[in-house]
Write a protein that binds this ligand. Structure first.
Ligand code: NAD
Length: 379
């Protein structure tokens, strides 16, 4: 019934859209999964592992795509690739829907149904499909582990016969999914953890993980969370008060992990050049917002820069550095999503166009961009 195509991603994307585990489950749903050879290699999934679970391995991307009902990808595929699937077929990927509008329109023009996983609504039923969470969680962990390895000192306090090694002070800015995992990881490694956010709900979360919460808790702070659970852009006045608090606190920190984001906007600037210069030599900043411009003024996306002995690391596609885990979780997110679109008895596609999960993620259909977030911004 359903033919699913998976092709190798670009050179800078080590992840892949299916795992051997999800191939097995997609096959059980009645699908044929056609995978371009070597597509899983950078996630440590071999062709044989896929084949053992029922996948068809084909030599080229074209052979995987030709006439397929559905293309599963990590990144936005090219219009040329989408043109090869069945007319009206489905594409499910991280489409980066706010980026490169002409490119998105060119893709939509190929008449496929385009679904963007970044738009998955954050409702309880869709938790297992939430790619932002599955990937951010890994990034939060990796940021602390990398910072610990860059840091030329120990993280935990050690009392030895030769004297005491002090615990590292770790400051987490932004307590969403990545920030919470960063707090938990830094605590496990023995750091003294403080954290900040603009959403009041985060205070208790930080404390429950054993961290100390610091923030400007004024009236604006009490209203900073949107109905969807995200942060709002803060007023200039709030930003000033926040900057004064951060400036005072950051001087004494050894490791700072920044994760602050506002959907559809550039990352808020939370660390100025002066704040960096106030830190001790040997301190580390890992800026997880680098892809969206960075939370630190001196971050260079994709690079590590040294400013008077303070290292600022701005990783790109960070979860991809844990490709095995990132692909396994991403593949499960896709599987859960596809599971809602299949009539299990008939073993065929049965899309409920009124489902919030479908309405929330459908970006384009019949050659046109249809998502309200994108049609409004285009007006
Ligand atoms: P995100 O990646 O959009 O942002 C990261 C964090 O940065 C957020 O906590 C945000 O409040 C914070 N931030 C933004 N501006 C800031 C500023 N100026 N200063 C300090 N911090 C700032 O967030 P996310 O990780 O996607 O999580 C957003 C929320 O959604 C969280 O409450 C999370 O627990 C929740 N969530 C819910 C579900 C669900 O119910 N299905 C799934 C995942 C996440």
């Amino acid at each position: 019934m359903l033919t699913i195509a998976v092709t190798a991603e670009s050179a800078d994307e080590p992840r892949v859209a299916v795992s051997p585990d999800t191939v097995k489950k997609l096959t059980a749903l009645g699908a044929t999964v056609r995978i371009e050879k070597g597509a899983g290699a950078r996630s440590r999934f071999t062709d044989d592992m896929y084949k053992a679970q029922g996948a068809e391995i084909v030599d080229t991307a074209a052979a995987a795509l030709s006439g397929a009902d559905m293309l599963l990808a990590v990144r936005r595929p090219t219009p040329e690739a989408v043109a090869q699937i069945k007319p009206g077929g489905m594409v499910i990927a991280n489409l980066a829907p706010h980026d490169d509008r002409p490119g998105l329109e060119a893709l939509a023009a190929k008449n496929a149904q385009l679904y963007s996983m970044e738009f998955m609504p954050r409702i309880t039923r869709a938790q297992s499909m939430d790619v932002l969470s599955s990937q951010a969680n890994l990034a939060g962990y990796k940021a602390v582990v990398d910072a610990a390895s860059m840091f030329g000192r120990a993280m935990p306090m050690m009392t030895t016969a030769a004297g005491t090694v002090p615990a590292a002070k770790v400051f987490i800015m932004g307590v969403g999914v990545a920030g919470l995992q960063a707090i938990a990881t830094a605590k496990r490694l023995g750091g003294i953890v403080t954290a900040t956010d603009v959403r009041p709900a985060t205070k208790e979360q930080v404390q429950s993980l054993g961290g100390k919460f610091i923030a400007v808790e004024d009236e604006e702070f009490k209203q900073a969370q949107t109905a969807a659970g995200y942060a709002k852009p803060m007023s200039e006045e709030y930003q000033k008060k926040q900057a004064a608090l951060v400036a005072e606190h950051i001087k004494g920190q050894d490791i700072v992990i920044t994760t602050a984001l506002i959907p559809g906007r550039p990352a808020p600037r939370l660390i100025s050049a002066d704040m960096v210069r106030s830190m001790k030599p040997g301190s580390i900043i890992v800026d997880l917002a680098a892809e969206r411009g960075g939370n630190c003024e001196l971050t260079k996306p994709g690079e590590t820069v040294d400013v008077d002995g303070v290292s600022i690391f701005g990783p790109l596609n960070y979860s991809g550095r844990l490709a095995f885990n990132a692909s396994s979780l991403y593949a499960r997110n896709l599987l859960s999503f596809i599971d809602t679109m299949v009539d299990k008895k008939e073993k065929k596609l049965a899309i409920n166009w009124d489902d919030d999960i479908i309405k929330g993620t459908l970006v384009a259909k019949d050659g046109k961009i249809v998502h309200p977030n994108l049609t409004q911004s285009a007006a």
